[in-house]
Design a protein around this ligand. Structure first.
Ligand code: NAG
Ligand code: NAG
Ligand code: NAG
Ligand code: NAG
Ligand code: NAG
Ligand code: NAG
Ligand code: NAG
Length: 407
């Protein structure tokens, strides 16, 4: 109703026209009116405005976008962020992309685990750094810290040294009360694998899977647990190859399922360019799978390839049906995906975390101004965001969904 009132009274051509209701906007939030830039008159060519560039709406600056980083595109985002969302920089490195992937919250200790960037040549990391797994204790993040925008270095980022090591770790999830991590492998000899890590010192690991009938996977990227059958579903693109640390691929780029109890391994979906992050809906009826095909490693970016999230129905028998295009992200490529308890879909991408309704409408974003490969809810109202050289902590209204994982 408020929307109708605005439509009736405001001039759609004016920059004051609000596409969403003018409720009390939280201090760190701002309304972004998408209609205000439907017509730009001078629209830059693809050599300037593309999936790698950062779009700054007219009238805004990068500083103004960062100053109030919760960007509201739809009324529904008010409930998602709550009355007073916060975003705090916890740690920043000079250049080493330490805050990359595999964020897993372990509720029993209230710690969040994550890993270093998996050795892209440009990242300047070697195998040892790539295998680095770290953790932070959320108990350290006091409200005094989370009320600040920058609290660089105030909490400890602790290295855990899993043994045997998780080589080129790139994804993770809670699994049977432990931490499941996937590794992309290294060279010809270290096969990509699924690892299970003990969540307490000495962080001993067990390898659950490292081949398909004797064949190496390409570079296992991420994993998620189907809440209805407990199987581990995982993606296997060819980033190890196009980032120069794995041989030419020996398998199609596809999505797999693995039943740890029976040992059964099989494919559930193909037709992807670079299948990446994946997440089940809270009720387990759907799965969302990111395709980062635009990013082709040493082949560069190809903007005719996907930067797209697909959604499938998940059948009772654990197979997929009805593939549909769910969202094409507005910046960069969609990487990590997680849902809240209401079924809203959060996607890490080129300028932070974008939030979509279950109908695929952009509701808002948590703006970082640079690429986030992944993030994770830590229960209700808390989120940790990994942005390569930066580690962020957010508080908001939404509660993360962990279907089938937290038991
Ligand atoms: C995409 O845009 C960026 C930033 O404007 C530019 O540096 C880059 O060259 C563009 N890429 C292509 C393939 O044109
Ligand atoms: C955070 O700390 C890093 C490492 O000491 C430093 O390079 C960076 O400038 C600091 N950033 C801020 C915003 O204080
Ligand atoms: C990795 O670390 C091991 C043990 O510290 C060392 O022997 C090896 O040379 C290192 N490898 C690289 C590539 O830095
Ligand atoms: C960031 O965390 C690392 C690892 O704990 C630490 O060495 C570094 O000092 C932290 N950065 C700052 C600015 O304190
Ligand atoms: C780690 O070691 C403990 C104690 O021996 C064992 O109970 C646990 O299963 C191990 N965890 C993994 C993931 O291997
Ligand atoms: C594995 O397969 C068995 C037999 O089909 C099934 O009962 C079970 O739910 C599946 N998943 C797990 C994690 O055991
Ligand atoms: C992008 O991919 C298409 C299809 O393979 C190919 O024809 C085109 O040359 C590629 N463009 C670039 C810039 O690599």
């Amino acid at each position: 109703m408020i929307g109708a009132l605005l439509l009736a009274t405001a001039d759609p051509g004016s920059s004051h026209w609000l596409g969403v209701a003018a409720r009390d906007v939280p201090p760190l939030a701002q309304v972004i009116n998408q209609k205000s830039f439907n017509v730009l008159r001078t629209v830059s060519p693809p050599s300037t405005a593309n999936g790698t560039s950062q779009f700054i709406p007219p009238g805004a600056t990068k500083e103004s976008l960062l100053a109030k980083p919760f960007h509201i595109y739809d009324d529904a985002f008010y409930d998602i962020i709550g009355p007073n969302p916060t975003l705090t920089l916890l740690n920043r490195t000079e250049s080493n992309p330490r805050f990359h992937e595999a964020p897993v919250w372990y509720p029993a200790t209230d710690e969040v685990f994550f890993c270093q960037n998996a050795g892209a040549r440009a990242a300047g990391t070697g195998l040892n750094k790539s295998a680095a797994i770290m953790k932070i204790a959320l108990a350290d993040v006091t409200t005094e810290i989370s009320s600040q925008r920058s609290a660089n270095g105030t909490i400890r980022v602790e290295f855990v040294n899993p043994s045997p090591g998780v080589v080129n770790c790139n994804g993770g999830t809670n699994y049977r009360n432990r931490i499941l991590l996937v590794g992309e492998g290294q060279g010809y000899t270290v096969a990509p694998a699924i690892y299970l890590m003990h969540p307490y010192s000495p962080y001993n690991t067990t390898v659950l899977l490292d081949n398909f009938f004797g064949r190496q996977f390409n570079s296992i990227n991420d994993a998620s647990v189907n809440p209805r059958n407990g199987d581990i579903y995982f993606t296997d693109p060819t980033y190890g190859y196009v980032q120069d640390f794995r041989p030419a691929p020996g398998l199609q780029k596809q999505v797999w399922r693995f039943n740890e109890s029976t040992g059964a391994v099989g494919v559930v979906a193909d037709g992807f360019n670079m299948p990446n992050g994946l997440a089940f809906s809270p009720n387990g009826q759907h799965i969302y799978i990111a395709d980062t095909g635009t990013a082709q490693g040493f082949f560069g970016n190809n903007y005719t390839f996907p930067a797209t999230v697909y959604r499938y129905d998940v059948e009772d028998d654990g197979t997929f049906a009805n593939r549909k295009v769910f969202a094409f992200v507005t910046a960069g490529v969609p990487d990590g995906i997680h849902l809240d308890t209401k079924g809203n879909v959060y996607v890490a991408c080129g300028d932070g975390v974008e939030v979509y309704s279950p109908a695929g409408k952009l509701l808002g974003r948590i703006y970082i101004g640079s690429t986030s490969a992944n993030f994770q809810f830590a229960g209700k109202g808390r989120m940790v965001i990994l942005a390569e050289t930066e580690l962020y902590y957010a508080t908001l209204g939404a509660e993360g969904a962990f279907p089938g994982q937290l038991h």
